[in-house]
Design a binder for this molecule. Structure first.
Ligand SMILES: [Zn+2]
Ligand SMILES: [Zn+2]
Length: 387
């Protein structure tokens, strides 16, 4: 699977940081880039630059009143807001524990969206066959409000750009442990955007949506697919559900371009979720998506990051396997000693290998697998996908 893969990056992408003790911490990106370089699979020639989105680009997805509010509060410190201002910010989802007002948030969020748009342009103009924007994947933001750590919805901005600029038919696949709700709702009525999300069931996890019956509306009916999983889901069941639905749904939809969100918070070590997969399942999903991009889209594949709150124990390993898959470069399973030495003061017990050891399924995992199989049977019957 040849073809150039681009890694969209500039150092100030780490300015998207909603506060010093907020779980979404850009150290995950720094440690990942460092691991990719130390492992020798990311070189200067792979890196492509980007610019912040213009307001016109954000307007493809977001309301002007919301963008204006984000810009207005960007110059402010949350502690300095009057109670009147605080109430106004709250109306836009800002000023909460999940989405605090932080200095420079408009510029930082517009840059993340610009990185994902740049990835889309690289792929659509043929400068790269695949392009990765690991700072991207902020899939919860809604047109008129911030949500779930996300200020601007960069996947949606990139998809809207693909639709309007390139007239492309777009398939979006989201493997983050949380439902990709923002992206789903934004394109809920669009027959030319397929969204598929595999996640921990909304009965147990934020944002509470992503149920099997959410299938799209009006002309978009049938172009939203959700695979809600039980807490405790391990590798085998996660992969079984992914494999049963995603490749077939993509084949039936026949997209021009594939865009995927690779939040790695479904990992069993993640502190915010209750799925129990390993880096193997996440890598298997990337492999299947890569195959689908070549089979259906002449290789056009845009790859985004997403959630991941075991910042050093999971994210760098998961996303190193991801980049190795995208770039088609073999990588040593053992983490380089120099990298471990650099980061161990912050996290002494980082697993030493990229691929986690296979565990023996416990009772919770078996129970989840049984429940997932029932969910899957119902879902497949409803979707009636061609085999
Ligand atoms: Zn390829
Ligand atoms: Zn997540």
């Amino acid at each position: 699977m040849g073809g150039r893969a681009a890694f969209v990056w500039r150092d100030d992408l780490v300015t998207y940081r909603p506060g010093p003790s907020h779980p979404l911490n850009p150290i995950r990106l720094e440690a990942t880039a460092d691991l990719l370089k130390t492992a020798g699979i990311l070189t200067k020639g792979d890196v492509a630059g980007c610019r912040p989105c213009a307001v016109e680009d954000l307007l493809l997805v977001h309301d002007r009143r919301y963008i204006d509010a984000v810009r207005r509060w960007s110059a402010r410190d949350e502690a300095a807001l009057t109670s009147q201002e605080r109430a106004e910010a709250l109306a836009f989802g800002l000023g909460t524990a999940d989405n605090p007002v932080f200095a420079g948030m408009h510029a930082a969020a517009a840059l993340v969206a610009g990185a994902s748009m740049a990835a889309a342009d690289l792929v659509m103009t043929g400068q790269a066959q695949h392009a990765v924007s690991l700072a991207g994947g902020l899939h919860h933001a809604l047109p008129d409000r911030a949500a779930g750590f996300c200020v601007y919805n960069d996947p949606a901005v990139a998809i809207a750009h693909l639709r309007y600029r390139y007239r492309a038919r777009v398939a979006y696949v989201d493997i983050d442990a949380h439902h990709g709700d923002g992206v789903q709702w934004i394109f809920y009525e669009d027959p030319d955007v397929l969204t598929i999300s595999i996640h921990e069931s909304g009965h147990y996890l934020f944002p509470g949506t992503g149920h099997g019956h959410e299938r799209g509306r009006g002309p978009g009916f049938g172009t939203s697919i959700n695979i809600p999983l039980w807490p405790g889901t391990g590798d085998d069941s996660w992969i079984e559900c992914f494999e049963a639905v995603v490749p077939r749904a993509l084949r039936a939809f026949q997209p021009d371009v594939l865009i995927s969100q690779h939040g790695c918070d479904a990992h069993r070590m993640d502190p915010l979720t209750h799925l129990a997969v390993s880096t193997r399942a996440l890598a298997r999903a990337a492999e299947l998506l890569h195959q689908a991009a070549h089979e259906l889209c002449e290789g056009r594949w845009i790859v985004l990051g997403g959630g991941g709150y075991d910042l050093l124990g999971v994210v760098p390993r998961a996303w190193t396997l991801l980049w190795a898959e995208v770039a088609g470069r073999p990588v040593d399973d053992e983490l380089p000693e120099q990298w471990l030495a650099r980061w161990k003061s912050k996290r002494p017990d980082i697993p030493k290998r990229l691929r986690d050891a296979c565990g023996v399924p416990d009772g919770a995992e078996q129970k989840a697998a049984t429940a997932n199989r029932l969910m899957l049977e119902r879902l497949l019957a409803e979707l009636s996908l061609p085999v």
